[in-house]
Design a protein around this ligand. Structure first.
Ligand code: F6P
Length: 329
C-alpha cells in the first residue's frame, strides 16, 4: 500500500454549521497519522484554480464554534466539464495530494465520483442543512439549522399570538421536507407542507386551520418547505379560501449561519476523524455516513443511488399533536 503523505480538504455546495469542525478534525487526524493537510479554498472551483492554503494543527484551532466555512465554498460550473476536472487533477498532481476529503452534499459527492474516476482517491463527509443525503441518517448542520428555525418561529409565534394572526413560514430544504417536518413538530405547527406529500390545500391547510380554531386557537402557524411551494403563494391561497391575511416570513439563509450546536460539533468531529483515518489506512472513494448512532463507509457510486425517505410516521405524529383529528377520522 502506498504511504499517504499529503491530503487536501475542501468544502463545497451550500455551507452548513459544523463544516469548520469537520475541517479541523480532518486536519488534526491527518497530522496525528503523519500526513500533511492542504486546504483547498472554494470547493471544486478552488481545485481547478489551484486556490489552496496549508493547514496546521494550530491554524485549525478555535474552529469548533465557528459557523460558515473558513475554506469558503462554491458551486462550480467548471467542474461539470471534462476540461475543468482535468485541471483539478493537474492541481492534485502539482500539490502532491494523495487524496481529498470533500465536505458537502450530494452535488459535492457527484463531483467526488467524477474525480475518483480520474484516479484521485476521495472520501466524502456529508454536510448540508437539508439532511437529504441518502446514504446517511444525518448530515452535519441539520440540527443547528432546525434550532435556528425554531428560535425564529418561536419569536414569530409570540407576535402571532398577540395579534391573533396566521403566520406562513417558509424554511429551506431544497427538494426535501426533513427540515420543515422536524421544525414543524418542534414548534407545534398547525400544518406542515412538504414536497414528499402531495398537497390537498383544502384538507391539509384549510381544514387544519378550522379544526385548530374549533380547538380554541386564535393564531396559526403554517410551515412550508421551500420544495413544497412558496409561502407567498400559500398565503394568497389562504386569503382567498378563508378571508384572513396571513403574514409571510421566508427564513432563508439565516438557517445556514451561526455556531454549530453540540450535535453538529460532535458529529463533524467524528466524521472528519473517520474520513482522514480511512485515507490514512488506504480506504477511499467512499462516503462517511451515520447509521444507528455509529459510523459507516459506503462506496461513492452506491451511496449516490441510495434514497432516504421522509418518515411519514413523523407527519402523522405532527398532525396528532395538534388536534387528534387523524385519530377520530
Ligand atoms: O442545500 C442547502 C441550501 O441552503 C438549500 O436548503 C437551499 O435550497 C439552497 O442551499 C440555497 O442555495 P444558495 O445558497 O445557492 O441560494
Amino acid at each position: 500500500m502506498k504511504k499517504i503523505k499529503r491530503i487536501g480538504v475542501l468544502t463545497s455546495g451550500g455551507d452548513a454549521p459544523g463544516m469548520n469542525a469537520a475541517v479541523r478534525a480532518v486536519v488534526r487526524t491527518a497530522i496525528a497519522n503523519g500526513i500533511e493537510c492542504i486546504g483547498i479554498r472554494r470547493g471544486w472551483q478552488g481545485l481547478i484554480q489551484s486556490d489552496f492554503v496549508p493547514l496546521t494543527r494550530e491554524s485549525v484551532g478555535h474552529l469548533l464554534s465557528r459557523g460558515g466555512t473558513i475554506l469558503y465554498t462554491a458551486r462550480s460550473e467548471d467542474f461539470m466539464t471534462e476540461k475543468g476536472r482535468l485541471k483539478a487533477v493537474a492541481t492534485c498532481k502539482m500539490l502532491g495530494l494523495d487524496g481529498i476529503v470533500a465536505i458537502g452534499g450530494d452535488g459535492t459527492f457527484r463531483g467526488a465520483l467524477e474525480l475518483s474516476r480520474l484516479g484521485i482517491p476521495v472520501v466524502g463527509v456529508p454536510a448540508t442543512i437539508d439532511n437529504d443525503v441518502g446514504c446517511t441518517n444525518y448530515t452535519i448542520g441539520f440540527d443547528t439549522a432546525c434550532n435556528t428555525a425554531i428560535e425564529c418561529i418561536d419569536k414569530l409565534r409570540d407576535t402571532m399570538q398577540s395579534h391573533e394572526r396566521c403566520s406562513v413560514v417558509e424554511v429551506m430544504g431544497r427538494n426535501a421536507g426533513f427540515l420543515a417536518l422536524y421544525v414543524g413538530i418542534a414548534v407545534g405547527a398547525t400544518a406542515v407542507l412538504v414536497p414528499e406529500k402531495e398537497l390537498d390545500f383544502e384538507r391539509d391547510v384549510v381544514e387544519r386551520m378550522q379544526e385548530s380554531r374549533l380547538a380554541g386557537n386564535t393564531h396559526f402557524m403554517i410551515v412550508v418547505a421551500e420544495g413544497a411551494g412558496s409561502a407567498v403563494e400559500i398565503s394568497h391561497r389562504l386569503e382567498e379560501a378563508v378571508g384572513i391575511k396571513p403574514r409571510v416570513t421566508v427564513l432563508g439563509h439565516i438557517q445556514r449561519g451561526g455556531a454549530p450546536n453540540a450535535r453538529d460539533r460532535e458529529t463533524a468531529t467524528r466524521m472528519g476523524y473517520y474520513a482522514a483515518t480511512a485515507l490514512a489506512e488506504g480506504r477511499y472513494n467512499c462516503i462517511i455516513g451515520t447509521k444507528e448512532g455509529g459510523i459507516v463507509e459506503l462506496p461513492i457510486e452506491e451511496a449516490l443511488t441510495m434514497k432516504k425517505n421522509l418518515q411519514m410516521e413523523r407527519y402523522r405524529i405532527m398532525e396528532t399533536m395538534q388536534f387528534g383529528s387523524v385519530l377520530t377520522k
